[in-house]
Design a protein around this ligand. Structure first.
Ligand SMILES: [Zn+2]
Length: 84
């Protein structure tokens, strides 16, 4: 086993990718991405999904009010009398 990121396999890299992105690291500048076209495409796809998710759930406004609305919507849904 090696810790050299350049010797990382695609599988290893893709396993670490969510971690990389989550930590705020620039995944695009990772040595493996630099030399691997496959993982470059994979990363681009992942970033497109992440961007779409940010649009749907803007983390810029994590207000308690929004969370309360989500919570009450869930409770309402659960509290509905079922047809069973
Ligand atoms: Zn790769």
């Amino acid at each position: 086993m090696t810790d050299n990121p350049k010797d990382m396999s695609c599988e290893e890299f893709q396993e670490r990718l969510p971690e990389l992105i989550g930590s705020g690291a620039a995944a695009a500048s990772h040595p493996h991405v630099q030399k691997c076209e496959l993982c470059r495409a994979f990363l681009a796809e992942l970033e497109a999904i992440a961007a779409a998710a940010r649009e749907l759930f803007p983390i810029e406004e994590p207000s308690d009010r929004v969370w309360e609305q989500i919570q009450s919507a869930i409770l309402e849904e659960e509290g509905k009398p079922s047809a069973k």
